[in-house]
Design a binder for this molecule. Structure first.
Ligand code: ZN
Ligand code: ZN
Length: 334
């Protein structure tokens, strides 16, 4: 997942979830530095973007609000470091307060990129399970609704063994955490389908959900870029309907809690995962319009993970998604 919005975090800020009072390092790409006056109003759908946690995880809620978003996704820890991070109670309370104040929901947490619960290397596997347990703990203490997980790489095993191991590893990581009492659901994300990656088809995501249902509350996160580059046609109108039907027959559209809305730099079937601004890539605007106006996706959150090359790119991508929601759907909710 090289070109995720999360990728920018490295350049922008070291996601230092700081002590209160510490000054975060900011760049002009940060909405907190350029936003003035009233932010754009959210629309009838839950639309947001992966948001920086520079200066403290709770500050992401303020950023989301200023971007005109009513949902958000964050990393709860540095996405490329093993070091576990525990959140202070005050940070969790502040996140809760800001989300209530701005009516931002759901909160999705994206798991660290290092976690591979199917790893064939015992040391790496153990670290992954521990790190994922940390993700679950932070998700619970932040009152997050979703924890998004890429199912990992099965290199060194069969795909089937890989899928089973992921399910067992999640069970191990979740032991004793009483997930049922929290609001947290684990969402399995479909992937771009590169060699050895699990979750490159709807069938594999569905199979994992089957394994996981007895273990913890689960659902799916479907990424439009990953769907497209893994080989499903979502661009032609006929292809779109067929793909949505396939998704419904396997994972079930009602189980898709989050849609990662990313355009793609690469063609359908390329298996290359590089995200592009909404409407500027090989997917184009139309599929996003269909997605956002489909009554079968009304319950879901739509979260962009698009690049921030220039200041306000995040604002523009959120605004673009919101602009695709048609009036009818606004009326229905009003
Ligand atoms: Zn991706
Ligand atoms: Zn994604």
């Amino acid at each position: 997942m090289p070109d995720h919005a999360p990728g920018q975090k490295q350049k922008l800020i070291k996601p230092k979830l700081s002590m209160p009072g510490r000054k975060p390092r900011l760049s002009m790409k940060d909405v907190l530095l350029w936003s003035k006056g009233e932010p754009p109003k959210p629309g009838p759908r839950r639309i947001g973007i992966h948001t920086s946690t520079a200066g403290g995880v709770q500050i992401a809620a303020e950023r989301a609000y200023r971007l005109g978003a009513n949902t958000l996704q964050i990393f709860s820890s540095s996405p490329r470091q093993w070091k576990p991070y525990l959140l202070a109670k005050t940070q969790c309370n502040e996140m809760r307060r800001l989300r209530d104040k701005y009516e931002i929901s759901p909160l999705a947490i994206h798991s660290s990129y290092l976690v591979n619960l199917a790893s064939a290397t015992p040391e790496f596997h153990r670290k992954s399970v521990e790190a994922f347990r940390g993700e679950l703990q932070r998700g619970i203490s932040l009152c997050a609704e979703y924890l998004v997980l890429h199912p990992g790489s099965f290199r060194g095993r069969s795909r089937e063994e890989g899928l089973e191991l992921v399910a067992r590893s999640i069970a191990e990581a979740a032991r004793g955490l009483e997930l049922e009492k929290s609001s947290l659901k684990v969402l399995i994300e479909n992937t771009a389908g590169a060699e050895f990656s699990l979750g490159g088809s709807f069938d594999q995501v569905a199979q994992l959900l089957e394994y996981l249902r007895p273990v913890c509350p689960v659902g799916a996160c479907i990424d439009t870029c990953h769907t497209h580059v893994s080989g499903y046609d979502i661009v032609s109108e006929a292809g779109w309907h067929k793909t949505m039907q396939q998704l419904d027959d396997t994972v079930g559209l009602k189980n898709v809690c989050v849609w990662h809305c990313n355009d793609a730099k690469d063609p359908c079937g390329s298996k290359r995962d590089r995200h592009e601004h909404i409407g500027k890539g090989t997917i184009g605007l139309e599929p996003f319009r269909r997605l956002l106006n489909d009554p079968r996706t009304e319950h879901a959150a739509f979260i962009a993970e698009t690049p921030i090359n220039e200041p306000q790119d995040d604002l523009k991508n959120v605004a673009m998604l919101k602009s695709l929601v048609e009036v009818q759907s606004k009326k229905r909710r009003a």
